[in-house]
Design a protein around this ligand. Structure first.
Ligand code: GAR
Length: 224
């Protein structure tokens, strides 16, 4: 399929669970807001909702169960092979909850992106919302970033801020952050597909202009 003269970018999405971010990609492509086609959805866990979301719309869904492999290296090697089979232009981690080896990341560097539910570099790793609330922060958020071998340490592309309310539980905050994740992740994918976002030697450029260390800041009002 093509948009004008430019072929649609080939996207592979990796998930481990609910896949609500995947759903935001599915909606965005349906509405013509991503110049890309999701070629496959791969989950390291069987039976998760995200797989159902993919097959509901006819996207090939594949399980590569990490428990079937003797080591992280073997899992990553096989996973990389499956992904390469789709010759992707973009690999999207959407709630993919496995740490990836350096060898894996290096195969896809520059076309591998992740969304993390915090304002990185704050709170890499797990339980981000609980940690932000316990620290007494007034703002939480999410970050889309290029993936490098350092866990949640790759250069940021776009962040969105979400106020923390005094009554917030981690679950309530997570739900409000998720709504914003669904706005910024397909948007970054579209920028990528349009060639408007690139990483060169670890530096992110948006429309040819270097973005700051914490990436661009999303606002509902701004033009994208
Ligand atoms: C999202 O909040 C995403 O930011 C987070 O997992 C959730 C997945 O939700 N990712 C990470 O924590 C990665 N370290 P989803 O499966 O509904 O898209």
């Amino acid at each position: 399929m093509t948009v004008g003269e430019k072929p649609l970018s080939r996207i592979v999405v990796l998930i481990s669970g609910s896949g609500s971010n995947l759903q935001s990609f599915i909606e965005a492509s349906k509405e013509g807001n991503i110049d890309g086609q999701i070629m496959a959805v791969i989950s390291n866990r069987p039976g998760v909702k995200g797989l159902e979301r993919a097959s509901n719309v006819g996207i090939p869904s594949i399980v590569v169960d990490h428990r079937a492999f003797a080591s992280r290296q073997e899992f990553d090697r096989y996973l990389a092979e499956v992904i390469q089979g789709f010759t992707p232009d973009l690999v999207v981690l959407a709630g993919f909850m496995r740490i990836l080896t350096t060898d894996f990341v290096n195969q896809f560097v520059g076309k591998l992106i992740n969304i993390h539910p915090s304002l990185l570099p704050a709170y890499p790793g797990l339980n981000t919302h609980q940690r932000a609330i316990e620290a007494g922060d007034s703002v939480a958020g999410a970050t889309v970033h290029f993936v490098t071998p350092e866990l949640d340490g790759g250069p940021a592309i776009l962040q969105v801020e979400v106020p923390i309310l005094s009554t917030d539980t981690p679950t309530q905050l997570a739900a409000r952050v998720l709504v914003e994740e669904h706005k910024i992740y397909p948007l970054v994918a579209q920028w990528y597909c349009q060639g408007r976002i690139v990483m060169d030697k670890g530096i992110v450029f948006h429309n040819g202009v270097e973005v700051g260390k914490s990436g661009l800041l999303f606002s509902n009002e701004s033009e994208h």
